[in-house]
Design a protein. Structure first.
Length: 365
């Protein structure tokens, strides 16, 4: 098959690689129908995630069709359309039993495109298939649910829920990229009093307003701290959500939050940030961090199915799956391309090719 392979910092290639095979009885083989690229993939390419070994297929967000299942898989069968989540769950360890799947110690957690081969490929092996994928209602398209693989549950859980957003709160979201915009969208579920989006990109601020932000601040032109203080009578935001992953934005969030407020860090950091405890300790500020657990994915999927949530506006560019290299160039140059999320669409399997595909995965027609 073909896949997007990481070859070290700054190096990637779309190339032929061995087809995935069932390795454990709990595995499934999934044909990738639709995938996308994440900001974390760009962090990997910068060398910020050294655990990723050269030769690893990247990607951790996809929608696909089950082709084959291991002997222990009982809830899936060939032909099922599934959302393949960025988080895999063994379902048995202490953390999985607590619903903290991102901390799975039984071989799951964030493994796709990180510790094992990922999903930017024609086919993928999915470990712990029974507890790690979600069947898609027939009436929903791939694109309706694709962004439930990562950005929506990440922003909702690590940003909105960890930040304790409550009705009437002033919520300041620093960074209006895909994660920050997903925080705007999901924060609205709790009817905050004001959502303030902060970013230097005009097009992203416009998208924030479209998705439900009340106020936007271009922090390349005005002082975000001063403006938030004006909006809150000098107190600061009830919740500040960091959605970038650089030291300056984390430190800005710590300045923006009111006494007794909450800072929820969502961004993936590749460098240390300064924590000013000499100022924060007396202000009773709570700071949370975390990797998504995806325990809210079923809830978000239900909201999408019922028309209460629409994530399709995040898709700004579309490419055939075999043009993933070009898609990376567009996604990485978002300042000029205005890309939010790119959609990678596989060519539908022709009827005449099905026997070849079934033979590829060892499935008996």
């Amino acid at each position: 098959m073909q896949a997007l392979v990481y070859h070290g910092p700054g190096q990637r290639a779309w190339e032929h690689v061995p087809d995935p095979k069932i390795e454990e009885p709990t595995d499934a083989i999934v044909r990738i129908d639709t995938a996308t690229i994440c900001g974390t993939d760009l962090h990997i390419l910068k060398g910020d995630v050294p655990e990723v070994s050269p030769g690893t297929i990247l990607g951790h967000e996809a929608v696909g069709t089950v082709l084959e299942t291991g002997s222990a898989v009982t809830t899936l069968e060939a032909g099922d359309r599934v959302l393949v989540s960025c988080i895999t769950s063994c379902g048995r360890c202490r953390f999985c039993k607590e619903g903290r799947y991102g901390l799975c110690t039984g071989g799951g957690g964030w493994i796709f495109g990180h510790l094992i081969n990922g999903l930017q490929a024609e086919y993928a092996r999915v470990p712990f298939a029974d507890t790690s994928v979600y069947k898609i209602p027939e009436e929903l398209t791939d694109e309706d649910v694709l962004f439930l693989a990562d950005i929506l549950p990440t922003s909702f859980e690590v940003g909105v829920l960890n930040g304790g957003v409550q009705p009437g709160d002033t919520v300041a979201i620093v960074g209006a990229g895909p994660i920050g915009l997903a925080a705007v969208l999901t924060a609205k579920l709790f009817t905050p009093g004001r959502i303030v989006a902060i970013d230097p990109a005009t097009t992203r601020l416009e998208k924030a307003l479209e998705l439900g932000a009340d106020i936007v601040i271009d922090n390349s032109r005005e002082d975000a701290l001063e403006r938030v203080m004006e909006l809150t009578d000098g107190l600061g935001a009830d919740v500040a959500i960091e959605a970038v992953g650089v030291p300056e934005t984390f430190e800005l969030c710590a300045d923006l939050v009111r006494p007794g407020g909450r800072v929820a860090n969502v961004g993936v950091h590749g460098h240390p940030a300064t924590l000013h405890l000499e100022r924060l300790w007396i202000r009773d500020v709570t700071i949370t961090t975390g990797l998504v657990d995806t325990f809210t994915t079923p809830r978000l999927l239900k909201l999408i199915a019922e028309g209460r949530l629409d994530a399709t506006p995040f898709a700004t560019h579309r490419f055939p799956l075999d043009e993933t290299m070009a898609a990376y160039d567009v996604f990485a140059d978002a300042a000029n391309t205005n890309a939010l999320k790119v959609v990678l669409e596989a060519v539908p399997v022709a009827e005449g090719e099905r026997s070849k595909e079934e033979a590829l995965v060892g499935h008996d027609a």
